[in-house]
Design a protein around this ligand. Sequence first.
Ligand code: PLP
Length: 386
Amino acid sequence: MSFENYYRDSIAEIDLTAIAYNIQQLKEHLKQGTEVCAVVKADAYGHGDVQVARAALKAGAKSLAVALLDEALKLRNAGIKAPILVMGWTRPKDAVVAAEYNIALTVFQKEWLMEAANLSFKETLKFHLKIDTGMGRLGVRSIDEMEEILAVLRKDPKFKLEALFTHFATADEEDRGYFDKQQTRWNEMFSYFKRNWAEDIEVHTSNSATSMQVPERMDHFVRYGISMYGLYPSSYVKKRKPIDLKPAFSLTSRLVHIKKMNAGESISYGAVYKTETEEWIGTIPLGYADGWIRKMQGMDVLIDGKRHPIVGRICMDQFMIRLDQEYPIGTKVTLIGKQGDQEISADDVAEHLDTINYEIPCMISQRVPRVFQEGGRTVEVRNSLL
Ligand SMILES: *Cc1c(COP(=O)(O)O)cnc(C)c1O
């Protein structure tokens, strides 16, 4: 069977030119020699992992980072050869697969290394040692813990320590207090390491926020996530605007039905919305199964460059809006993105949901086709259904 790319008019448009622009902007901001590692975990924050990874590498990123070994293997399967780091914890027994596909793992437990040491490897296992300087998530927390790991490594040549890294918890905030504490902790751990490890290794300590806020402190490379997608990591950083960014994600649909309703008629489950006067009501074929969750009730969409409110409860596959006038079936609806001088940004949606912008593209489900664009032209479509 062969199909068209998709049979529904609700799509996420991914502007790969914006991804390249956002990488370029950061590179100009960093000191010379600091490279960009493109963070493409969680399906590239919902944008489309393989396509974003390729675009980022073409735009000058030197390596990729993901959260899971499965995500890394998907990129290898797609023929991507660049260095890949798995930033989360991997089961020791899966280290063999990682080594086979030249994927670097994150390691910080002595027991992990001892268990992996019993496996038979054909290739050396590359890994990055994680230091927990105050995030409280993953990593060694003391010099003693680090020394125990170094002791195992000195005896076992099948492990190759490539880098040391840490993650900051508050780099997107105005107050530098906690950030500086983490930095001090990092300096202590790193200087111990340098005195006790003969080989040169790489260092990476920054995400988007850190790399934009303190670019002068950067190391070999930065782990660039949210801002590569054109979003600022917090409202504080957005206000400071250390670099210019272009959002890469937009979500659009089309009107599939429209009707004039009389005053006092109800809309959607629970009949919680009642028309006050005669109202034009439109139906949009996108719902909570697409990630446009029920809490989006009350938000606006853009039609004809104007805002129109979502009315009534959002259903699994559809929701309704109140229109200011009659529009033809097929009229374009923008849920995230621009129309004329109006914009509904991922930040606006995040504010409505009382969450952070990171969550917004991630929550748009696989049922929504990703349509990739370069220079305003569609270059590829990914439909997970067909
Ligand atoms: C997700 C992640 C990043 C990217 O963070 P952004 O804020 O999106 O730039 C960097 N490092 C680690 C360890 C992460 O988990």
